[in-house]
Design a protein around this ligand. Structure first.
Ligand SMILES: CC(O)(O)NCCCCNCCCN
Ligand SMILES: [Zn+2]
Length: 667
C-alpha cells in the first residue's frame, strides 16, 4: 500500500493583510516551497494524490463550539477593519476573507487522510495544510490556528471507525495546548508533545505546558508534556525522548491509529524554535512510529517557518513514509543536561501510569525544584547579559541523498524454500573470491568437503559485500549452523569491512566475545541465561527472565537499550541472528526487524536456522518495509526484567550516553 499526499494550492490564498510582528512568519510560501520540494525530489509522484475536501459543520463541531463556528463564518464578509477588530480577541493569529475557506480545507484534508488510511486505500500519508491547528481551542483561534485539524481528525476517526485508542504525537516546537485541552480527560487519546518552554518564559507561557500536566480524571497519564527549558536541542535530545518516553508508552498504549502534529519549527534554522536538530532526524522520528497501529500513520503539517529547513524536513518525512531507508543519523553525542532533566521529570511524573516507567527514578522533588529555580535564575542573569545577541544565521549541510538500492531484500534459501514476492533469491556469485572461500574453508567449515556449507557461507560474504556497495539493502539467509555463520560474518566484517557492525543475537548461544574487543563489533545478546559478567563495552548480554518469549520485557529492552545504543554506535551493517530456541514470537520478531532498519541505512542481514522456513515470509515482509503487526496492549514487564534493564543502562551509560535517563548528580 502506498503513501497519500494531500495538498491544494487554495490553502496558499490567504495572508497577513496588516502589520503584526507576531504573525509575519506565517506566510503562504511555507506551503508552496514544501510542495515544490516534494515535486523536485520526485517524491510527489511516488505518492497517491488524494484531494482535499471542506470539513463540514458537523466535522468542526466535533471540537469547536457553535458560537465560535458561527463567528468565524462571518469573517469572509468582513471589511479589513472588521477583520482586525475580530482578530483582537485572539492571540497571535490573524484573519483574512479567505481564511475560513482555507481552515475548512485544512481540517478536511486531515479527514481525507484519515479516511484514506482507515479504508486501506493507502498505508500512511501526509497532509500539507495551512492554517495549522494544534493551538486552536473550542471557542478560540490562537497561534496562527483557526480549527484544530488534528483534534478534529482524532474525534472523527473514533466516531466513524469506532477506534478505541488514538495516539497524537506533536513534534512541533510549540505546545499544542488546544489538543491538550480537548483530550485531557480522555483516556482513548494519548497526546504527546515536546515544546520550547524555558521554564514558562516561552510562548504561550502556560503553566499547564509543563511535565506535571499528565491529564485529568480518567485521562490521567494520557497527556505527556516534554518541556525544553533551553534552546539548541539536537538530534540526540529528540531520539532520547523517543526511546525513553514516547515509544515505551506508545507500545504499551497500543494505538489503533497514529496522528502526527507534524510541525517542523523544531528543526534547525527555525526562528521560533531556535533548535539544532537536522532535517533528517524527522526520517527517524517517522520511522520509529511506523510500526505502531499496523503502520496507520497520518502526518498533518503544523508549524515550520524557515523556508529552507521546512521543505527539507517535509521531504525527509514523506520519503520515510514511502518506505525508503533513513539516512544514518549524524554524530549523536548524547542528550544535554537540560534535556536529561526534562526526561527525568517526565518519566517520574508518569511512573504511576505506565508500567514501562514504573521503575523510573523518582524525582527528589525538593532538590530538583530548588535546583531548577537556581538554574532559571542563573539563566535569567545570563539572558540579561546577551539581550542584544541576535539570532546568528544558522547553517547546516543539505540532508544526504537517500538512494534506495536496486534490490530491497536478497534471500539465501536452501532448495525447496520459496522466495517471497518482492525479494530476490541470492546465490553465491561465481566470482566468489577464492581467497575468501579458502579462508572460510579453513576457519569455519569443519569437514572441508561440506560444499553446501561452503557455498552458503560464500553467498553470505558476497551478500555482505553487495550491501556494503549499496547494491542490496537487506538480506536474509537460512543456514545450517547459525552460530558458525554469525562468526563468519563477524570475522569478515572485522577484517574486510571498514565500518562498524552491530550484532543483535536473539536467543542463547555461545557468542564470539573476543571479536568485540576491537570496537568494530558491538554484540547485544538477548537470552534467558545469565552470562558470565563481561566488562567489555562491546559485548552486552541482556538476560531476561523469560528470554525473548515475554513480549513486553523484550520490547522494553529493545526500545530502551538496543535502539539508543544502536543509534549512538551508528553501525554500517546490522546482523540480526535468530537462535533456534529463541522463543521470540513472530510479531515481536517483525517489530524488532522493522525497528532495526532505522540503523545502517536499512542494511540488515538476518540469519536463521535452516529449519525455520515458516519464518521466512514474516521476516521478508519486515525487510520489505511492511509494518509489523500490532503486539496488542502490553502487560507490565516483569519487575526482574525492568530491574535488569535499569541496572544495565546504569552500568553502560558512561560509555553510551543515549542510555541516560536522568541528569548526572551535580555535586
Ligand atoms: C503552529 C505553530 O505551533 O507553529 N504556531 C506557532 C505560533 C507562535 C505564536 N508566537 C509567535 C511569536 C513571533 N516570534
Ligand atoms: Zn509551532
Amino acid at each position: 500500500m502506498g503513501t497519500a499526499l494531500i495538498y491544494d494550492e487554495e490553502m496558499t490564498r490567504y495572508k497577513l493583510l496588516w502589520v503584526d510582528p507576531a504573525c509575519k512568519i506565517e506566510v503562504p510560501e511555507r506551503l508552496t516551497v514544501s510542495h515544490e520540494a516534494l515535486i523536485k525530489n520526485g517524491l510527489a509522484d511516488r505518492c497517491v494524490s488524494v484531494p482535499v475536501r471542506e470539513a463540514t459543520d458537523a466535522d468542526i463541531l466535533l471540537v469547536h463550539s457553535e458560537e465560535y463556528l458561527e463567528a468565524v463564518k462571518k469573517t469572509p464578509y468582513m471589511t479589513l477593519e472588521d477583520l482586525k477588530e475580530f482578530t483582537l480577541q485572539y492571540g497571535d493569529v490573524y484573519f483574512h476573507p479567505n481564511i475560513y475557506h482555507c481552515a475548512k480545507l485544512a481540517a478536511g484534508a486531515a479527514l481525507q487522510l484519515v479516511d484514506s488510511v482507515m479504508t486501506g486505500k493507502v498505508r500512511n500519508g501526509m497532509a500539507l495544510v495551512r492554517p495549522p491547528g494544534h493551538h486552536s481551542m473550542s471557542s478560540a483561534a490562537n497561534g496562527f490556528c483557526v480549527f484544530n485539524n488534528v483534534a478534529i481528525a482524532a474525534q472523527y476517526a473514533k466516531q466513524k471507525y469506532g477506534l478505541k485508542r488514538v495516539l497524537i504525537v506533536d513534534w512541533d516546537v510549540h505546545h499544542g495546548q488546544g489538543v491538550q485541552y480537548c483530550f485531557e480527560d480522555d483516556p482513548s487519546v494519548l497526546y504527546f508533545s515536546w515544546h520550547r518552554y524555558e521554564h514558562q518564559k516561552f510562548w504561550p507561557q502556560l503553566r499547564e505546558s509543563d511535565y506535571d500536566s499528565v491529564g485529568k480524571e480518567k485521562g490521567a497519564g494520557f497527556n505527556i508534556n516534554v518541556p525544553w527549558n533551553k534552546v539548541g536541542m539536537k538530534n540526540s535530545d529528540y531520539l532520547s525522548v523517543f526511546c525513553h518516553v514516547l515509544l515505551p508508552v506508545a507500545y504499551e498504549f497500543c494505538p489503533d491509529l497514529v496522528l502526527v502534529c507534524a510541525g517542523f519549527d523544531s528543526a534547525i534554522g527555525d526562528p521560533e524554535g531556535e533548535m539544532c536538530a537536522s532535517p533528517d532526524i524527522f526520517a527517524h522520528l517517522t520511522h520509529l512510529l511506523m510500526n505502531l497501529a499496523g503502520g496507520k500513520l497520518c502526518a498533518v503539517l503544523e508549524g515550520g517557518y524557515n523556508l529552507t529547513s521546512l521543505p527539507q524536513s517535509v521531504c525527509q518525512t514523506v520519503q520515510t513514509l514511502l518506505g525508503d531507508p533513513a539516512p544514518r543519523p549524524a554524530n549523536l553525542d548524547g542528550p544535554c543536561e537540560s534535556a536529561l532533566e526534562s526526561l527525568h521529570c517526565v518519566r517520574s511524573a508518569h511512573r504511576q501510569y505506565w508500567s514501562c516507567l514504573k521503575h523510573a527514578a523518582k524525582l527528589p522533588t525538593f532538590e530538583i525544584s530548588t535546583k531548577r529555580v537556581k538554574l532559571a535564575e542563573e539563566e535569567e542573569r545570563l539572558e540579561k547579559g546577551d539581550e542584544e545577541k541576535s539570532q546568528e544565521e544558522q547553517v547546516w549541510p543539505e540532508p544526504p541523498k537517500r538512494v534506495t538500492p536496486p534490490i530491497r531484500a536478497a534471500l539465501v534459501l536452501p532448495n525447496g524454500v520459496a522466495c517471497p514476492d518482492g525479494c530476490e533469491s541470492f546465490g553465491a556469485s561465481e566470482d566468489a573470491d577464492p581467497v575468501i572461500v579458502n579462508k572460510l574453508r579453513e576457519n569455519f567449515v569443519k569437514d572441508a568437503d561440506d560444499c553446501h556449507a561452503l557455498t552458503t557461507l560464500s553467498s553470505l560474504i558476497s551478500l555482505v559485500e553487495k550491501m556494503e556497495k549499496n547494491e542490496i539493502c537487506s538480506g536474509l539467509a537460512l543456514v545450517c549452523d547459525v552460530s558458525m555463520a554469525m562468526m563468519c560474518v563477524v570475522q569478515h566484517a572485522a577484517t574486510a569491512l571498514s565500518k562498524r557492525l552491530l550484532v543483535v543475537c536473539v536467543g542463547d548461544t555461545a557468542v564470539p566475545s573476543d571479536d568485540t574487543e576491537n570496537g568494530k563489533t558491538v554484540l547485544v545478546q538477548f537470552s534467558s541465561k545469565e552470562s558470565e559478567e563481561q566488562k567489555c563495552k562491546y559485548y552486552i548480554p541482556v538476560c531476561l527472565k523469560k528470554g525473548c518469549s515475554d513480549a513486553s520485557g523484550f520490547l522494553q529492552a529493545v526500545l530502551g537499550l538496543l535502539l539508543p545504543l544502536g543509534y549512538e554506535y551508528d553501525p554500517s551493517l546490522v546482523l540480526l541472528v535468530r537462535m533456534p530456541d529463541s522463543g521470540v514470537c513472530d510479531s515481536v520478531w517483525q517489530q524488532l526487524t522493522g525497528l532495526l532498519q532505522g540503523l545502517a541505512q536499512g542494511h540488515t542481514l538476518v540469519l536463521m536456522q535452516e529449519g525455520e522456513k515458516e519464518r521466512v515470509a514474516p521476516t521478508a515482509s519486515a525487510l520489505l518495509g511492511d509494518a509489523a503487526p500490532s503486539l496488542g496492549q502490553l502487560h507490565s514487564p516483569l519487575p526482574e526484567d525492568v530491574e535488569v534493564l535499569e541496572r544495565l543502562r546504569h552500568r553502560l551509560q558512561g560509555d553510551w550516553k543515549l542510555l541516560q535517563t536522568t541528569a548526572p548528580e551535580t555535586g
